[in-house]
Design a protein around this ligand. Structure first.
Ligand code: PEP
Ligand code: MG
Length: 604
């Protein structure tokens, strides 16, 4: 249980490197004991400071050196870029020119000299002044160029004050990484490193940092206020990803005790391996498809390893994050083809690009997507809205998917649909692409299945209408909870209110399931609730046909399924819909859990 925020704050205000317990949010299960490496975001690292007169010119030189390094960095990026990407090349060229633009360069140097302030502060002040000027420009095209200036300034400021990226790539494990937050780009960079765990200040259970940590199988605790200031690189900690606790400078006895918990947990995981090859059905014969959520083609191996019956969610946006530009059609096609062929004949659900909110790649700023400039990114240019606006980018992805559709059973999944007209726009784009492919004599499956994610309340309300137009639903509870309860899924301050078992959420799920079944289509659920043994029984009781989760959770949920009786689950489903709040639902569930999962649910 997470204590309330005041209590948490009070505890975190304790200072010193004495033994100390920090309380956060359990982001990814598992226990590790190890040394930490603190990485701070550059933005957090600098404040304003006044320079002695004799230090001013040295500061100007430091700034000029950062300008040169930024130029070199961008030129290096240009070199990596293929020559046929003319648009990208011209954007990089314009950024290279901008680094030495007088607006940025001269203004920053003048501020350093006149106000005797540090370069980081002068640079951000210069940016503020430029922004004011741009805000008054009537021509929206020119006004939008501010995003490019900001991009260049961010790179400059990174060169000035941060060693974050270098530290990340140098982080020769085994270490527990500590930061205010990790972006999906960061986590991808870390994939090859020996990282024992993550501790962050920001984030909630369904933030993408948590999702990626779980899919990497790395324990994580999030929402630890001030952790980057409380801890120092080299400190030893115990990270308990089950309870969301972190023990700073633990005693040898405490370390031994936690290593023993870890051993028990591993033994239990070994026992779960028995379930991998068994069918996923209840004792009274109800079959439920348990499929995998993955982010990269490289995870194909784990899909087989844990006995998934297909891919229920391929988060295609992650292929857009590990490089500095938009992947081209052939690259995407090759990925989708290998994915489909690797899983055939089981289905592969590929979700179209879902960027925005907390999923972002720096180069997307060029397409007008910049969470720093949006007043409310979660309600802004996200997901299908971005794809429909950037139609060339979207068409490239849809063409790649259709071309791959002959290699297995493809299901195209559209994220964040909030109205029928959005769906119809995508449908007509798909029809036009099919027509083009036909003309070009390129093979594809014209009967490819198309489904939508149910993750905003308007889609639930319109579920009967939408169900008539698609082949399947996939409920994205991570967002459905965020949008229906008005809780930012990545915000640690309201994380304690993020309640998957809120009866409002459960009634929405039930409504979507009923609407889909009336139209004779299936409903999958691919939010984090699907892989959580606390919430999975409720979902089964509400009639979900497929649960899609991180592959390593599949044996866990299958064990639960194989010990359950559908009649009882359905009774449970009916009861939860009558509950007044999430607490009441949780009470109903207590009888299922400690008996089956002694290590996870044991009191500590
Ligand atoms: C969801 O919203 O539940 C979902 C599966 O999508 P994502 O977590 O990628 O937003
Ligand atoms: Mg979502």
């Amino acid at each position: 249980m997470t204590p309330d925020m005041d209590e948490k704050k009070e505890r975190l205000q304790l200072t010193g490197r004495e033994q100390q317990t920090l309380y956060g949010i359990s982001g990814s299960p598992g226990i590790v004991v190890g040394k930490i490496l603190v990485l701070s975001h550059q933005r957090e690292q600098y404040g304003r400071y006044t320079l002695d007169t004799d230090r001013v010119e040295a500061e100007v030189e430091r700034f000029r050196a950062a300008v040169t390094r930024t130029e070199e960095e961008l030129t290096g990026l240009r070199r990596q870029c293929e020559e046929d990407l003319a648009d990208t090349l011209s954007i990089i060229d314009s950024h290279i020119l901008m680094v030495r633009d007088r607006m940025i360069l001269d203004r920053t140097i003048t501020l350093i000299r006149e106000q005797q302030i540090n370069a980081e502060w002068a640079l951000s002040k210069a940016l503020g002044l430029i922004k004011k000027k741009f805000d008054t420009i009537a021509d929206s095209y020119i006004r939008d160029r501010f995003a490019d200036i900001k991009y260049v300034v961010d790179r400059l400021s990174g060169q000035l004050s941060g060693r974050r990226q270098e530290l990340l790539s140098e982080a020769a494990g085994p270490v527990i990484l500590v930061s205010d937050d990790f972006s999906p780009e960061d986590t991808l960079r870390m994939q090859s490193k020996e990282v024992l765990g993550f501790l962050t200040e920001k984030g909630g259970v369904t933030s993408h940092t948590a999702i990626v940590a779980r899919s990497l199988g790395v324990p994580a605790v999030l929402g630890l206020e001030n952790i980057t200031r409380i801890c120092t690189t080299g400190d030893t900690v115990i990270l308990d990803g089950f309870s969301g606790r972190v023990y700073l400078s633990p005693s040898p006895d405490q370390q031994r005790q936690y290593l023993e918990y870890d051993r028990q947990h591993r033994a239990f995981s070994d026992e779960l391996a028995w379930y991998i090859h068994l069918s996923s059905e209840t004792v009274d014969g109800l079959r439920v498809r348990l499929s995998a959520n993955i982010e990269r083609l490289t995870e194909l191996q784990t899909v087989h390893q844990y006995g998934a019956e297909g891919i229920g969610l391929f988060r295609s946006e992650f292929d857009y994050f590990h490089q500095d530009r938009i992947p081209d059609e052939d690259t995407l096609y090759a990925t989708y083809r290998d994915l489909l062929a690797g899983i055939a004949p089981a289905p592969v659900t590929i979700r179209t690009l879902d960027v925005g909110g907390d999923k972002f790649a720096a180069y997307l700023r060029k397409s007008g997507l910049d969470p720093d400039l949006e007043r409310n990114p979660a309600l802004g240019l996200r997901s299908i809205r971005f794809s429909l606006r950037e139609s060339n980018l979207f068409i490239t992805q849809l063409r790649a998917m259709l071309r791959a559709s002959c290699f297995g059973r493809l299901r195209i999944l559209l994220p964040m649909i909030s109205s029928l007209s959005e769906l119809q726009r995508v449908r007509s784009m798909l029809n036009a692409i099919m027509e083009d492919l036909h003309q070009e004599e390129i093979a594809f499956n014209p009967a490819v299945e198309v489904g939508i994610m149910i993750e905003v309340p308007s889609a639930v309300v319109m579920a009967d209408t939408l169900a008539a137009e698609v082949d399947f639903f996939s409920i994205g509870t991570n967002d459905l909870i965020q949008y229906s309860l008005a809780i930012d899924r990545g915000n640690e301050y309201v994380a304690h209110m993020y309640e998957p078992l809120h009866p409002a959420v459960l009634r929405m799920i039930s409504q979507a399931v009923d609407a889909a079944h009336q139209q004779g289509i299936e409903v999958a659920l691919c939010g984090e609730m699907a892989g959580d043994v606390v919430t999975a029984p409720v979902l089964l009781g509400l009639g979900i046909d497929e649960l899609s989760m991180r592959p390593s959770a599949i044996p866990h949920v299958k064990r639960l399924l194989r010990h359950s009786c559908f009649r009882q689950l359905r009774d449970l489903g009916e009861k939860v819909l009558k509950c007044g709040d999430g607490g009441e639902v949780r009470n109903l569930l207590t009888s299922y859990l400690p008996e089956y999962y002694p290590v996870e649910f044991a009191e500590r």
